[in-house]
Design a protein. Structure first.
Ligand SMILES: [Zn+2]
Length: 407
């Protein structure tokens, strides 16, 4: 559809605005009907609920209600409008500032001054540059090296967002019985004292560790003896680990090891190495929307078995943190040794695993033996042992591939 101005009416003779705001009711604009590229000079009438697009002969061409107006990118000095949900590329171009202002005034949903539009455009440019740069850097350095170099520069806020994004994915994978919120222990009345005891224990470690971000520790109903640290400071402790721990300091030693992973940002590095850099840049620019990248990142955190060097560093962190917190630094070695020898854990093969033996030897060597007070009193420890007592967690079979030592 093409509407040509009548030859007897030169453009300059058409009044641009009939009245001034707020009494302004109509003005000139250019209209593209979306079916062809022809430019149509039109009149735009400002109605109470909609704008009417009229030919210069005052024939109604279209009517767009205010809520459905959407701003499209346009050069400076032009308001370009489209219609949301419109499959045709119909658009209206308004150069008359008074008319543009009057429409913006009416359309509550219209982004004033195009702030969101300009922000989006900057984001897209930023993403394109980042994506290009990441390809070049990856080609030069390789992803693992690059991830290592970049991790110190990832802002903590981004790391936290990353953790929140993978959190849902990880819970979905771990919560095999579909318990939903009840997957986390410590909420019910019978479990509350256990939650308080856990908070006491975590509080002691956290106040000594002085991490730049807050720690969040949750116990979940999983029967394996394991714990994982997500990027951003969220740690999941499996119920099975609490069951296997014989003293509060054994549990604290594993927690301190996981806090070491948080402090060293190992989870973030694992995600970067697996899910790639575009993921990180997406996060930084706030355009992270989920989908496949979250799934990959979540699995990266769950399945990553860290290198021996990374585990040794987390062990050393644990020994140091336990010593400074007044706990028993050897306790981590004690629980690791017991888990390695535990046939129920399906870890029989690990009995002769030199890496775990070396880890235990290194922990023992790093911490000089000395008398310590347990980090929780007997009443607190007994409450913590009951933190998952409301639902029957025992007997739930570990999912294949999910068994393991604390990572
Ligand atoms: Zn670890």
């Amino acid at each position: 559809m093409t509407i040509a101005p009548p030859p007897d009416m030169p453009r300059s003779s058409v009044p641009t605005v009939r009245a001034l705001t707020p009494a302004l009711t109509a003005g000139r604009a250019v209209y593209f009907d979306g079916t062809c590229s022809a430019k149509n000079d039109v009149l735009v009438e400002i109605g109470p609920t909609a704008i009417q697009i009229l030919s210069l002969q005052h024939r109604l061409l279209d009517e767009w209600s205010y809520p459905e107006l959407r701003r499209m990118s346009a050069p400076d000095g032009m308001l370009r409008l489209g219609r949301s949900g419109e499959t045709l590329l119909a658009r209206l171009e308004i150069r008359d500032p008074a008319l543009a202002l009057a429409i913006e005034h009416r359309a509550e949903t219209l982004d004033r001054g195009g702030v969101a539009e300009r922000r989006l455009r900057r984001k897209i440019v930023g993403l394109s540059i980042a994506a290009g740069a990441s390809l070049i850097f990856t080609a030069i350095f390789g992803l693992p090296v690059l991830a290592n170099r970049l991790v110190p520069f990832v802002p903590l806020t981004v790391e936290r967002k990353l953790g929140e994004a993978v959190d849902k994915e990880i819970r979905g994978v771990l919560d095999i019985r579909h318990l939903g919120p009840a997957f986390t222990c410590g909420a019910g009345p019978a479990e509350l004292p256990g939650r308080l005891a856990l908070d006491t224990l975590v509080g002691k470690l956290a106040s000594t560790a002085q991490l730049p971000q807050p720690l969040r520790v949750d116990v979940v109903r999983r029967s394996e003896a394991n714990a994982i640290a997500l990027p951003g400071g969220h740690i999941y402790v499996y119920d099975g680990l609490i069951e296997k721990a014989q003293t509060p300091d054994e549990l604290a030693g594993v927690l301190a090891h996981e806090i070491g992973h948080v402090a060293h940002r190992d989870g973030t590095r694992a995600v970067l190495q697996t899910a790639g850099l575009s993921f990180l840049f997406g996060m930084m620019l706030g355009d992270f929307v989920g989908g496949g990248a979250v799934v990959i990142a979540g699995r990266a955190v769950l399945r990553s078995s860290y290198s021996r060097r990374v585990e040794t560093a987390a062990d050393a962190y644990s020994v140091n943190l336990m010593r400074r917190s007044g706990g028993d630094p050897h306790a981590l070695g004690a629980i690791l040794a017991r888990l390695v020898g535990d046939k129920d854990q399906g870890m029989k093969l690990l009995l002769d695993h030199p890496e775990t033996k070396d880890r235990i030897a290194a922990i023992d060597a790093a911490a000089a033996p000395r008398a310590t007070m347990p980090l929780l009193n007997p009443a607190e420890w007994s409450a913590l042992k009951q933190i998952c007592s409301s639902l029957p967690p025992k007997g739930a079979m570990p999912a294949a591939g999910e068994t393991g030592l604390p990572q």
